[in-house]
Write a protein that binds this ligand. Structure first.
Ligand code: UTP
Ligand code: MN
Length: 458
């Protein structure tokens, strides 16, 4: 297939350079040599470097250390981490212990961010004991099937990055590198992926090996060719899926460099932010607290759960939420709410039981005989009262201990119990969150962002 002119141009910017390739492989060889000479495990390059599908300038090297599968889980962790630490110390000095499904070590060697990941050397993908054991099989599969489509993978990765939808971490919920590789292999190239994706609707199933072993509910299902129990696109959200469809559609209509190197959306300055808020006429509130000390993929779902729980509480109290979002920074997290209603009158209508509801009706009438604005009165067969509202201002509700009583995730709860700050209006513009709050009020889809910039430039 002939490439678009802009695609050729993009490739000239993102294809790894020869010296970069040599450097990254020389570092990899040294690490693998160190793993192999330890006699404890076998070293293997994994991830995009092993498949020649990394985007120029990416500094990420994944090295897997394959251990004897008869070892216990504890022994693997102990020996695996011991070996990883000693290699990291010897080659760089810096050791950062990380944890995904299992612990691993991250270190920096000659400007590369190197992950040293212990896993089991299972001889057959059906014997996988944990998620990391799959990765070496991914490498084998991609190497075997990628043919001359590595450049197409680079284009797709860069395209997804430009749309803000690259990465399978919880916060992004987008396309993993391996998913990009499989899509290119399945459809036969970048433009074929774009063409297919521009008419995707939820429920797409791609089953390269024809496993048909399990039903998945996700918007996109790509059965892992090395493990039919797994959907490679499991962490792709419906929103990111739709953004990709939109972006692909837009690219097909008018291909351009913008779809790979998008115009940057500048952060508003404080004055513009304040003015924009004024125009919207809404009420912004932010809850800010310390980021829990656990892995991001655990914190992020808890942030979302907490966000939904607090938004639900606001709605129940009558403070209608227009939109909400969360942000996880290194040190602090923010839950942000935009409300249509900020203060309510003292009066609240409260529903009671049907009056033929025996003792409930009696109890209700007795309980509220005094102290109401009106009632108990009867409407459509049941008691009603007009009473004093507990919280007449959203700020007062959010500043009370009520947010701590809804179902927050465990770590978020612990952190918020230690204390949180409530910000409001322009005050939500706070250090470290400028681009988040700015992006919140200028929210737009990836394609709209590009089209709008194009119009601005003229
Ligand atoms: P990486 O996140 O480093 O991805 O995961 P990558 O393929 O190397 O892509 P880039 O170029 O760095 O962005 C390393 C490997 O872990 C497995 C894949 O085999 C991947 O190649 N993995 C990672 C998954 O199977 N699923 C994921 O969601 C993430
Ligand atoms: Mn990688």
């Amino acid at each position: 297939v002939k490439r678009q002119e802009c695609e050729e141009k993009v490739l000239s910017h993102i294809t790894p350079l020869r010296e970069e390739r040599e450097h990254i492989h020389s570092v990899a060889d040294r690490i693998i040599g160190a793993v192999n000479t330890s006699g404890k495990a076998k070293g293997m390059i994994a991830g995009s470097v092993a498949r020649d599908t990394w985007v120029r300038g990416d500094r990420d090297l994944d090295i897997f250390m394959l251990f004897d599968p008869s070892m216990s889980r504890e022994a693997l962790e102990e020996h695996g981490m011991g070996l990883a630490r000693s290699i990291a110390r010897r080659l760089s000095g810096a050791v950062v212990e990380k944890y995904a499904e299992h612990p691993y070590v991250n270190t920096e060697i000659e400007g590369l961010s190197v992950d040293l990941v212990p896993c089991y050397a299972v001889d057959n993908a059906a014997r996988i004991q944990s998620a990391v054991d799959r990765t070496p099989f991914h490498t084998l599969f991609v190497r075997e099937h990628i043919g001359d489509l590595a450049s197409d993978v680079l284009l797709l990765k860069q395209f997804a990055k430009a749309g803000g939808i690259y990465g399978s971490d919880q916060m992004t919920g987008g396309f993993a590198g391996y998913l990009c590789e499989l899509l290119v292999i399945w459809y036969g190239g970048f433009s074929q992926v774009i063409e297919a994706a521009s008419s995707w609707r939820p429920g797409v199933v791609i089953d390269i090996r024809g496993h048909q072993s399990k039903e998945f509910e996700d918007p996109l299902v790509v059965v892992d060719p090395v493990d039919p129990r797994r959907n490679v696109a499991a962490s792709l959200t419906l929103t990111r899926f739709a953004e990709f469809v939109e972006f692909a559609h837009g690219y097909r209509e008018a291909p351009s460099m913008d779809f790979f190197f998008p115009p940057v959306q500048g952060v508003l300055d404080f004055e513009c932010f304040k003015a924009a808020l004024g125009e919207r006429g809404t009420y912004l509130y932010a809850i800010v607290f310390s980021t829990p000390h656990t892995i991001p993929d655990i914190v992020v779902p808890q942030l979302r759960k907490s966000l939904a729980a607090i938004a639900g509480m606001l709605d129940r109290y009558g403070f209608t939420v227009s939109r909400s979002d969360c942000c996880m920074g290194e040190a602090r997290c923010m839950l942000l709410f935009e409300l249509l209603v900020d203060s309510l009158p003292a009066l609240k209508r409260h529903m009671g039981p049907y009056i033929w509801n025996g003792s409930n009706a009696d109890d209700f009438r007795d309980k509220y005989r005094n102290g109401t604005f009106s009632g108990p009165y009867i409407e459509d067969g049941r008691y009603w009262i007009d009473i004093q509202r507990k919280h007449t201002s959203a700020g007062e509700l959010l500043g009370s201990d009520s947010p701590l009583k809804v179902s927050l995730g465990k770590h978020v709860m612990a952190s918020m119990q230690r204390g949180f700050t409530l910000l409001s209006g322009p005050g939500c513009w706070t250090e470290g969150f400028e681009s988040f709050v700015s992006g919140f009020i200028r929210k737009q889809s990836p394609l709209v962002r590009i089209k709008q910039k194009r119009e601005e430039i003229g």
